[in-house]
Design a protein around this ligand. Structure first.
Ligand code: DX5
Ligand code: ZN
Length: 213
């Protein structure tokens, strides 16, 4: 399992310490949740924080944009050092164009689906994607409970990927713990995001290890 701890639950007064913990851990990526207060009912942080994190981070940044018109920010996300740029299907009027623009900027392209958006919305773009991110909570906040229907949804997405011959991998975001990670792993997930489970743990590196299944 690819494990992508979410910076959203880190201690913002000690970001460098928490990023060094990620460097020393078995985490594969660092998940970066950018929120604009319009697409989701919360505001997190933006490019200056991402740039500061990138100075210390030794692992790829998996950037999840919860913003309207994410196509406006592709070069800025790339210039912050992102390896993967996740845009929401619900936020993109011209999703195919945006996927091409992310690739042209030299990043991997991922599309995120809210819990209410069916996987069939990706039928016509799945072949060009590197990753699909399924939200297993409604986006906007860390620390929410995993939505159980995500397990079946992961199976449906896996079936779409196999049927189309897409190379896309599947990442799950929200409410991931050592109890929910095996459920999505069994349904075909390749990667998980974990925020509060990792950063609220007494031993965050052990929490990360428990997701490496
Ligand atoms: C929610 C974010 C998540 C969040 C996950 O809108 O996209 O990445 O950080 O937090 P947990 O793991 O606490 O549910
Ligand atoms: Zn996220």
């Amino acid at each position: 399992m690819i494990v992508s701890p979410s910076l959203l639950s880190a201690d913002f007064g000690n970001i460098q310490r928490d990023v060094e913990m990620i460097n020393a851990s078995e985490a594969d990526w660092l998940h970066i949740d950018v929120m604009d207060g319009v697409f989701v009912p919360n505001i997190s942080f933006g490019f200056p924080v991402m740039k500061a994190v990138a100075r210390t981070l030794k692992k790829p940044m998996d950037v999840h944009l919860m913003v309207v018109k994410p196509e406006n920010w592709i070069s800025q996300v790339r210039d912050c050092g992102a390896a993967i740029m996740n845009v929401h299907q619900e936020a993109c009027l011209h999703l195919d164009r945006t996927i091409h623009a992310i690739h042209d900027a030299g990043m991997k392209a991922a599309v995120t689906l809210n819990p209410s958006t069916p996987v069939c919305m990706l039928e016509d773009v799945i072949e060009g994607l590197d990753m699909v991110l399924l939200m297993s909570v409604n986006p906007g906040f860390g620390g929410q409970s995993f939505i159980p229907g995500t397990v079946e949804k992961t199976r449906r997405l896996k079936e779409l990927i196999s049927r189309t011959g897409s190379k896309a991998i599947i990442e799950i975001d929200g409410g991931i713990t050592d109890r929910t990670c095996p459920l999505v792993a069994g349904a075909g997930a390749d990667a998980v995001v974990a925020g509060s489970y990792v950063f609220s743990a007494a031993d965050p590196m052990a929490a990360i290890h428990s997701l490496k299944i």
